[in-house]
Ligand binder design. Sequence first.
Ligand code: E4P
Length: 219
Amino acid sequence: MKIFIDTANLDEIKELASWGIVDGVTTNPTLVAKSGRSFNEIIDEIFEIVDGPISLEVVSEKADDMVKEAKKLVNKISQKFRKNIAIKIPINPEGLKAVKLLTKEKIKTNVTLIFSANQALLAAKAGATYVSPFIGRLDDIGHEGMQIIEDIVNIFYNYDIETEVIVASIRHPIHVIEAARIGADIATIPPDVIKKMVKHSLTDIGIKNFLSDWDKVKK
Ligand code: E4P
């Protein structure tokens, strides 16, 4: 399973990329706002740090405007990084039209705010490169978010659909394990969850004991 990092915070992206575990990045307007930097400032740097798919979201509401905004974003990115851009489009009728048009122009899309397998199926039919089902937000309202991941992965498998499934809105390390068990293509994970994934109290104790025993060895 590929690991994308779900943040627009450049320090976090740099740090986690240095661990060698980041295959891509997803951002959204909320994450960009949280970063406290301007969108233009951030995007160039993200593309410099991570050589993998980077999702940037459009905020237009009509299909034609989404397409214009997407093309503007693509043109902002220097030629050598353009292969990595994926335009995030919300799932609704206008979003589907935009995905169809962008796919025709060979621009990658990540259809976001997916909360059902039917939405994912329609996005894939329209030509989406990625779909992003938000499991944490479903859990928040008492639904079993991971169930739709299982459904989408099975449906895409049944019909050899090439659209990749990005498990999004991940809240904790168990979500990551469940996504991997199901066989999702990608999990986009917030930095704090990645940091929890690497931790284990027995590892910390083990390192501490090895170091103190090493001190007792005659040198
Ligand atoms: C994914 O692309 C989204 O940016 C993200 O996973 C949303 O997560 P949230 O529900 O924690 O805001």
